[in-house]
Design a protein around this ligand. Sequence first.
Ligand code: HEC
Length: 190
Amino acid sequence: MTKFIVGVILGVLLVPAAFYVYVSLGLAPVATSAPPMPFERFFAKTALHAVLRREAPKTLSTQASDSVLLAGARVYTKNCSVCHGFPNQPPSRIAKGMFPRPPQLFEPGHRVVNDPVGVTYWKAKHGIRLSGMPGFGSSLKGEDLYAVSLLLANADKLPANVEQSLVPPPAAPPAPAARKGAMAQGKKRK
Ligand code: HEC
């Protein structure tokens, strides 16, 4: 019995001690380019799915009119595209540098067209902690969150006019003079 109790106590102490050593020796991944921690994906996905099962609204319809989809496309372009991309466009520099990588939601294979629209709505409203996915519940109206969720739920069958509205905004004009100046200054400082 004493052996058993000592074993339990050691077990309880060893796990946090090993974790402490793992983190303090710099073995835990910190850079966005580092591979995931052991079990990181498992814990993140399991925790998220358990919450979604409980909280995601289940009765939202995926039917949407063109005007709602167009409104969703406007919300998407302003708030989501920098991370989740546009149809037939490469991921942004920001998306390429993140961990986890934001899924490109118009790329076949990464679309969320099979998720219930309530699940996408929940994610857009509350965000996904420690992933870089922001929650928009305090900054976007419920109808905008629903419109953008409907857009993503229908990403594989968007009317042509909606699809055509999903394009990167025109790039800001370059400022060559300012850029040269900054580079020259950088050199001087060296
Ligand atoms: C700053 C970057 C960023 C922005 C902006 C952003 N997201 Fe995300 N989003 C992410 C990341 C990163 C993930 C992946 C999270 C993960 O793997 O757990 C994600 C995941 C998602 C998912 C889940 C995808 C899946 O495959 O399950 C949905 C849906 C989503 N985002 C919708 C949105 C919507 C809608 C908006 C705009 C209102 C938005 N996101 C804005 C970074 C972003």
